[in-house]
Design a protein around this ligand. Structure first.
Ligand code: ADP
Length: 261
């Protein structure tokens, strides 16, 4: 059973990397509708076998533990980690393909800005706590804005997740949201600032590209595939906003978003 699982797993991995290699050479704006559909369908279809594999691996691990077979247990642990990573990749590919297919129209409604920001931070508290990182929120109380609450939450989760991932233990992450006014009208300003490893000047223009990772070895360990910021960019673009990053390597990074309201 273990050999069967391993073969199935590597087969899936091979197929997925083939898919990614084909995808990586297609520039973002030129992706044809059928290719996007294919990526969306394929990543959607991948989720079921992956979750079945996860359940099977966990069952085998129970067995290995009863038999005191630490070798099999550890091998299965490695497989579990890879399945988690592939599940995240399948989810990210699906979101990206959908957003590029224009299925990313904003779903506007009035919502409380602070509540949505708090719920985004809440999702990342376990990760932050494990690294003893404090996430601070500075957002006006009781301010209601008319935008897409779900997409704002997704965007905040992506940026805060990165801030926590790329900040060493005991660091800090500051999240600031404010409403501003300029000639063009009202806008929402978001800032996510961390005290992390930072981004090299030559990487800064590329971090929003699909599959770009600054340090492949390190970010692979942190579970990244280089799709998070590409998704963040499509969310901001759906709202005709702007996103950019400033960074000092070794000191930290600040991601700034501005969205017209
Ligand atoms: P990943 O899944 O690799 O985190 P992203 O698209 O979210 O992919 O980010 C692309 C790359 O940008 C990351 O691999 C990392 O090198 C860099 N990056 C993003 N956010 C930060 C940050 N807050 N601090 C340092 N590097 C970052």
């Amino acid at each position: 059973l273990l050999i069967g699982m391993a073969l199935l797993f590597f087969g899936l991995a091979l197929w997925l990397s083939h898919l990614m290699a084909r995808e990586a050479i297609i520039p973002i704006g030129n992706m044809y509708a059928r290719q996007r559909e294919f990526v969306a369908d394929a990543s959607h279809e991948l989720r079921t076998p992956l979750s079945v594999m996860l359940t099977s691996i966990e069952a085998l691990q129970l067995d290995a533990r009863t038999e005191n077979d630490s070798f099999s247990y550890n091998v299965l642990d490695g497989m579990k980690e890879e399945v988690h990573s592939m599940t995240k990749l399948a989810g990210d590919l699906l979101r990206l393909a959908r957003s590029e297919a224009g299925e990313f129209a904003l779903d506007r409604s009035l919502f409380n800005l602070r509540e949505v920001s708090e719920s985004a931070i809440h999702k990342l508290l376990p990760l932050a706590k494990a690294k003893d990182i404090v996430i601070k929120l500075d957002a006006p109380d009781g301010l209601t804005v008319n935008w897409d609450a779900e997409k704002l939450k997704q965007l905040l989760v992506l940026l805060i997740d990165n801030a926590v991932k790329y900040t060493p233990a005991s660091g800090s992450v500051d999240v600031r949201l404010a409403e501003g006014m300029e000639k063009g009208g009202r806008f929402l300003a978001i800032e996510v600032k961390d005290s992390g490893i930072g981004i090299a000047a030559e990487s800064l223009p590329r971090i929003f590209d699909r599959f770009y990772r600054q340090d492949k070895a390190r970010t692979r360990k942190a579970g990244g595939h280089g799709l998070g910021l590409a998704i963040a960019k499509t969310i901001v673009a759906a709202g005709r906003g702007t996103i950019h990053a400033d960074s000092t390597p070794g000191e930290g990074s600040t991601f700034k978003v501005r969205i017209p309201l």
